[in-house]
Design a protein around this ligand. Structure first.
Ligand SMILES: Cc1cc2nc3c(=O)[nH]c(=O)nc-3n(C[C@H](O)[C@H](O)[C@H](O)COP(=O)(O)OP(=O)(O)OC[C@H]3O[C@@H](n4cnc5c(N)ncnc54)[C@H](O)[C@@H]3O)c2cc1C
Length: 403
C-alpha cells in the first residue's frame, strides 16, 4: 500500500499542523516520560490539554460522541498523522495509560451501556485514574492461576485476596481487577472482570519501589471488599476473555515506536556535543558503529509499524505482529538508554535532582524503568513463546501433566 498522503490526508495533516501552531502555548511541560517515571495525579494543565485534544479529535478520536469522544470514523492513517505531527513538533501527545489505552477500548468492546456512559468520558478526559489488578504473587505469566476470590452476598460480591506489582494503585481512583467468582468452574472459566473504586472499604495499598527508586507499583490487599454485581464487565465468569482483550490493548500501548525514535534523536545531539580527547563523539568510529546499528533497528521497527498500518487499513488482524513491536521495541529502548549512559560517562549514571544532570534526560532512570517494561505487560520470554506458537506455527510448549 502507498502510504504517501492523498488529498484528504494532506489536508488533514495541514489541519493538525495549524492546530499545533495555534495551541502549543497551552501544552504542559510534563512529558509522558516524567509521569511514567514518577506516577502522580495529573496537573490541571495536563487535564485541560487532554480535554482540548479530545474536543478537537486528536485524542480518543474514534470514541463515540455519546460517550464523550470525538466520534470520528476509524482511519488508521489519520491516527498516524496525529501521532507523527505531535512527535515532530516535540509536543506531548494525547495521554496513554491503563485507563485511556486499555480500559476504555475494553469497555467499548465488552462493557454494558451503563458502564460506558459512566466511565469512558471521565477517563479519556483524565478526571479518573485507573490501575490494573491482574498479577498476584503466584500468578504472573500464568495469570489464570490467580487466587483472589469473591463470594456472593445478596447483590454484592465480597472480595478477599491480594494483588502485586499494581502500577499507580497508590494514586488511582479506580481499579479493573480479575477475581475468581465461580468456585466450581475450571481455571479459565471461573474468573470475573470487576471495576470498583479504590476508596471501597477493605482495600489496603502498600507501595513497592521499582528499580528506579520510585514507588510506582504496589501490593494491594482486599479484606471483605463489597462490590455490586452490576460492576462485572462482560458477564460473570467471562473475565478471561475480557482480560485478554485488555492485554492486547496494553501491548499496543507499549509498542509505540515514536518513543525509541525520540530517544535516538536526543542521542544524535549528544554525539555532537560530547567529546573524547577533544573531538566530538560522532567522529569516534566505535560510537558511530553503535549508533548506526541502533538507528538501523529503530528504522526497521518503524517500517514494520508501517506494514502493520497497511495491514490494519485493509482489515487484517495485527495482534501477533503487535507483539513483535512490544518485544523488540521495549528491548530496543533499553539498549538506547545503555548507549546514552556510555556516551555521558560518569554523568550518565546520575539520577534526577542532581544539578549536573544534563541533556534534560535521566538516562540511568530510563535504563532501570525500561528494563521493567521488558517484563510488564508479558515478559519477553512469554511474548517469544506466543509469537513462535501462534504466529510462526512452531510446536507448542509442553504443558505439565494434570495432577
Ligand atoms: C514495571 C512493571 C509494572 C507492572 N505493572 C503491573 C500492573 O499494573 N498490574 C499488574 O497486574 N501487573 C503488573 N506488572 C506485573 C507483570 O505483569 C508481571 O511481572 C509479569 O506478567 C511476569 O510475572 P511474574 O513477575 O510473576 O514472573 P513469573 O511469571 O514468575 O516469571 C519469572 C520468569 O520466568 C519466565 N517464565 C515464566 N513462564 C515461562 C514460560 N512458560 N516459558 C518461558 N519462560 C517463562 C518469565 O519470562 C520470567 O523471566 C508489572 C510489572 C512490571 C515489571
Amino acid at each position: 500500500m502507498d502510504l504517501a498522503d492523498r488529498a484528504e490526508h494532506k489536508a488533514f495533516r495541514a489541519e493538525v499542523r495549524e492546530f499545533i501552531a495555534a495551541h502549543r502555548h497551552l501544552a504542559p511541560e510534563e512529558t509522558a516520560d516524567s509521569y511514567r517515571l514518577l506516577p502522580r495525579p495529573y496537573s490541571e494543565k495536563v487535564r485541560k490539554w487532554q480535554s482540548l485534544l479530545v474536543d478537537k479529535g486528536y485524542a480518543s478520536r474514534t470514541v463515540p460522541k455519546s460517550y464523550g469522544g470525538f466520534g470520528a470514523e476509524p482511519d488508521i492513517l489519520k491516527t498516524k498523522i496525529i501521532t507523527d505531527e505531535f512527535f515532530r513538533a516535540g509536543l506531548p501527545p494525547a495521554l496513554y495509560n491503563q485507563g485511556v489505552s486499555m480500559l476504555v477500548p475494553t469497555l467499548l468492546e465488552h462493557g454494558s451501556e451503563e458502564q460506558k456512559k459512566k466511565w469512558i468520558e471521565p477517563t479519556i478526559r483524565a478526571e479518573v485514574f485507573w490501575c490494573q489488578g491482574y498479577s498476584e504473587p503466584g500468578a504472573g505469566s500464568d495469570l489464570a492461576s490467580l487466587q483472589t476470590r469473591a463470594h456472593e452476598d445478596g447483590d454484592d460480591f465480597v472480595i478477599n485476596g491480594s494483588k502485586i506489582w499494581t502500577s499507580s494503585a497508590h494514586i488511582a481512583d479506580m481499579i479493573f481487577c480479575l477475581v475468581r467468582t465461580e468456585t466450581k468452574a475450571g481455571k479459565y472459566d471461573g474468573i470475573s472482570y470487576l471495576i470498583f473504586s479504590m476508596d471501597t472499604p477493605g482495600i489496603e495499598v502498600r507501595p513497592l519501589q521499582t528499580m528506579t527508586g520510585h514507588p510506582s507499583f504496589n501490593e494491594v490487599f482486599f479484606t471483605d471488599v463489597r462490590v455490586p454485581k452490576s460492576q462485572v464487565v462482560g458477564g460473570r465468569g467471562k473475565g478471561w476473555k475480557i482480560a485478554n482483550s485488555t492485554l492486547a490493548h496494553e501491548r499496543g500501548m507499549l509498542a509505540n515506536t515514536n518513543h525509541a525514535a525520540g530517544r535516538l534523536q536526543k542521542i544524535t545531539g549528544m554525539l555532537k556535543s560530547e567529546t573524547l580527547n577533544g573531538r566530538p563523539l560522532f567522529e569516534n568510529a566505535v560510537m558511530m558503529d553503535r549508533f548506526i546499528r541502533l538507528q538501523a533497528r529503530v528504522q526497521a521497527l518503524r517500517l514494520h509499524e508501517m506494514r502493520l498500518v497497511t495491514e490494519a487499513a485493509t482489515g487484517k488482524p495485527r495482534n501477533i505482529a503487535d507483539m513483535v513491536c512490544k518485544l523488540l521495541g521495549c528491548e530496543l529502548n533499553h539498549q538506547i538508554d545503555a548507549f546514552a549512559i556510555d556516551i555521558l560517562g560518569e554523568i550518565g549514571v546520575l539520577y534526577d535532582g542532581v544539578p549536573s544532570v544534563h541533556h534534560d534526560s535521566i538516562w540511568q532512570q530510563f535504563f532501570m524503568y525500561d528494563l521493567g517494561l521488558i517484563i510488564g505487560g508479558g515478559t519477553a520470554q512469554i511474548q517469544k513463546n506466543i509469537i513462535a506458537e501462534r504466529g510462526l506455527d512452531m510446536p507448542r510448549e509442553p504443558k505439565s501433566a494434570k495432577g
